[in-house]
Design a protein around this ligand. Structure first.
Ligand code: IPD
Length: 266
């Protein structure tokens, strides 16, 4: 059992690197003025999303033909062993020439994330985690910040057009009232792994999809962080609110965001 997870982990890292090389090449050759396609208001799609997803899908299914695969762009199915993939998280950044986007690959067995791999493509930073095996950045162990003083905290508050603006603005206002610095970088995946290595202290968003967060949430947990129960209900298929933070800030950040209330702090 562990052997096959080891094999999948090694494969996920290699495939993320190959996918990242393709995304990087396309980013560098892409004219800045080129229009992106839109899936909806402020919801970008580039040809590279589908190209990179197809590369990841074909590599993983060639190695593990019995697994299922679900990608942001092409969909798929969720069987007992499933890869859940966002080929480019931060597509709006990619489309506008901002080098802040990531490849995200999660492997789930029986609806539990066992492997999480995230590549910050343009900074060549590979975040990885195996359940029970700790989290690393380019092979070195990482930990959440451990910050306890909310007034010194930096929190990323993600936003999408899937929800109306008012709840987002109200959440940001409540966070500001606690004294935190609120930011938004435009990649939920990278915001979450930034919690894992202590660059920021929390990431929150009122609705996000599974492919954006599953790999990163395991990386945060394995780096000693706290996460809400994202897969509760039908989070895998429908998405959910997400909160990842350093354990010392669970109280104030759950209170300000309203996310994760009801799950006991680890
Ligand atoms: C989006 C980004 C964004 C987050 C949205 C996601 P995409 O994913 O992660 O930061 O706030 O909820 O949909 O479209 O760049 O893959």
């Amino acid at each position: 059992m562990q052997d096959d997870l080891n094999t999948r982990f090694e494969a996920a890292c290699a495939v993320a690197r190959e996918a990242g090389a393709l995304a990087r090449q396309r980013f560098l050759e892409r004219p800045r003025s080129q229009q992106a396609d839109m899936k909806g208001p402020q919801d970008f799609l580039t040809a590279t999303d589908s190209e990179v997803e197809e590369l990841i899908r074909s590599r993983l299914l060639a190695l593990f033909p019995q697994d299922s695969f679900f990608g942001e762009e092409g969909g798929g199915s969720f069987e007992r062993d499933v890869w859940v993939v966002d080929p480019i998280d931060g597509t709006a950044n990619f489309a506008r020439g901002i080098p802040h986007f990531a490849v995200s690959i999660a492997f789930l067995r029986d609806e539990r994330v066992e492997i999480g791999v995230v590549l910050d493509v343009m900074h060549d930073e590979l975040y990885t985690a195996r359940r029970g095996g700790g989290a690393t950045l380019n092979g070195k162990p990482i930990r959440v910040s451990g910050l306890a003083n909310i007034r010194q905290a930096t929190v990323e508050a993600g936003w999408s057009a899937r929800l109306p603006s008012e709840p987002y603005l109200a959440m940001v206002e409540r966070l500001k009232q606690t004294g935190v610095n609120v930011r938004r970088g435009g990649s939920g995946t990278l915001g979450i792994v930034y919690v894992a290595d202590g660059r920021i202290d929390a990431y929150c968003e009122l609705h996000i999809n599974a492919w954006d967060v599953l790999a990163g949430l395991l990386i945060v947990e394995e780096a000693g962080g706290w996460t809400n129960d994202f897969l509760a209900g039908d989070g895998l298929r429908r998405g959910n609110p997400v909160l990842a933070c350093t354990p010392e800030l669970v109280g104030p950040v759950t209170a300000a965001t309203g996310i994760g209330i009801g799950k006991a702090a680890a």
